[in-house]
Design a protein around this ligand. Structure first.
Ligand code: GLN
Length: 449
């Protein structure tokens, strides 16, 4: 049986293909000559299933979609504090290639605009990677430039789980007319935000913008950020959870140029777009999404891509600010059980009476313990689920229904966050302090590992 997911993605791609408004970017010859009707859509889950439809083999230059990844790599290379000294985290509300820098510090407002991306590119280490042998020698492609590009390309490849190549012809074309980026780099140099010659900074930045990717590549790269920096397919830790979280935060507020506020309100997914027509979106802990369609709107975002994301967000309930996962189901059941008086069931387990929805729970690892208050937890326990648990136990305590013996049963809990672990442990500590006997049934050792 074919999974319904590619069919659904095909449907979204189709439904968004009729709007031919917007224009392909024309300031780089390779982009000007792009076929405006090639389009593609992909999603990658955090456990490594990649679904891609449409022009799935079509390669395009990554352009500004490299920015969040370069930022994350820089954070791990030199530390967040030093990165923050060079690049801010405030939305600029301006176009991607605006020449403004923050008053006083001279820092670029954020890493998602060119000024910030050129600066963060300069922050990655040059001592770990040998230069890309494919890199043609040019006046401003010094050893340092080539090493920095190699470090970033290696990082991008680790995000994509395959070796990416740079389209150096596109890079050379762009560099030949990169006057605006040169002006930005001169301003950065003037404020000592970068220390190398501006032409070298721009060379390296443009080389990286010219890395070739498919829609599936960038979906997996996005999924790696969604997965706290660990590539879902290779299992390699590409960036730290801190770097991934910082990057997603900045994507949420600054990733869609001066359409960022509208995007966050409407679609609600941290995202980044690029002038070649790609958009990535990241839903932390869930999926990476990617679309490709080259015609751009007035702020530089892909027209059809924005529509595809609108559809995906609405259909799949992906808006970050809407909570479709009810947190009120963490406590499956709480009540009094006495299995010393219960008949054993056919499979030898003991019924645990009182659960109206499920009179005989399958073997959940609980030893027969006699008369007790049993608390059955389930699903994912984050702050709100753990809070529900605490509340249910405290309520039982206050209404004097909490017995001497308490069983806290986590057999149906799939995962638990750090906050959840601390809260449940504290609950146990307090109950024991108040002379209750607590048995925690935790077959997957969620509370201890
Ligand atoms: N190479 C492009 C530039 O700096 C990247 C911009 C983009 O994708 N918005 O102009």
């Amino acid at each position: 049986m074919r999974s319904p997911i590619p069919d659904y993605l095909d449907e979204v791609l189709d439904a968004c293909s009729s709007d031919r408004s917007g224009h392909v970017a024309d300031y780089i010859p390779e982009l000007a000559s792009a076929d405006p009707d090639v389009h593609a859509l992909a999603i990658s889950t955090v456990d490594g299933s990649v679904y891609d439809v449409g022009g799935r083999d079509h390669q395009f230059t990554i352009q500004s979609i490299c920015k969040p990844f370069v930022y994350a790599l820089a954070i791990d290379d030199i530390g967040l504090d030093r990165v923050l000294e060079a690049v801010g985290v405030e939305p600029s509300g301006e176009a991607f290639n605006e020449m403004s820098l923050e008053g006083g510090t001279g820092r670029p407002y954020n890493p998602m605009i060119n000024a910030g991306a050129i600066a963060s590119h300069q922050l990655v280490r040059t001592d770990v990677w040998e230069p890309d042998p494919a890199s043609p020698s040019e006046e401003h492609r010094t050893e340092g430039v080539r090493r920095r590009v190699a470090r970033v390309l290696g990082g991008l490849s680790a995000f994509a789980a395959r070796d990416l190549d740079i389209d150096y012809d596109t890079a050379d074309d762009e560099f030949a007319s990169a006057h605006r980026n040169m002006a930005i780099a001169h301003m950065l140099r003037n404020h000592d935000i970068i220390t190398n010659p501006p032409a070298e900074a721009v060379r390296g930045y443009i080389d990286v913008c010219s890395a070739l990717v498919t829609v599936g590549d960038i979906a997996l790269m996005a999924a790696t950020l969604a997965n706290s920096g660990t590539n879902p397919i290779t299992g390699a830790r590409v960036v730290s959870p801190t770097a991934a979280r910082q990057t997603l935060s900045v994507m949420a507020t600054c990733g869609m140029y001066d359409g960022s506020g509208r995007w966050l309100a409407q679609i609600g997914i941290p995202a980044k777009s690029g002038v070649s027509g790609g958009i990535i979106g990241v839903l932390p802990g869930q999926v990476g999404l990617a679309s490709f369609s080259p015609r751009l709107d007035e702020v530089g975002n892909s027209v059809q891509g924005v529509q595809m994301f609108q559809r995906l967000s609405a259909d799949m309930g992906l808006h970050l600010m809407s909570n479709e996962q009810p947190s009120n189901t963490a406590v499956r059941w709480i009540g009094t059980v006495d299995d010393t008086t219960m008949p054993a069931t056919d499979d030898g387990t003991v019924g645990d009476g009182g659960d109206p929805g499920d009179a005989v729970l399958p073997d959940d690892g609980a030893p027969p313990m006699g008369l007790r208050t049993k608390v059955v937890l389930q699903g994912t326990l984050r702050f709100s689920g753990a809070e529900r648990t605490l509340r249910a136990v405290v309520d039982a305590w206050e209404s004097a229904e909490l017995l001497e013996q308490i069983e806290l049963n986590l057999a149906r809990v799939d995962s638990i966050s750090g906050a959840g672990v601390r809260m449940i442990r504290e609950l146990v500590r307090r109950l024991e302090r108040d002379d209750r006997q607590v048995v925690v049934v935790d077959p997957d050792r969620l509370l201890t590992d």
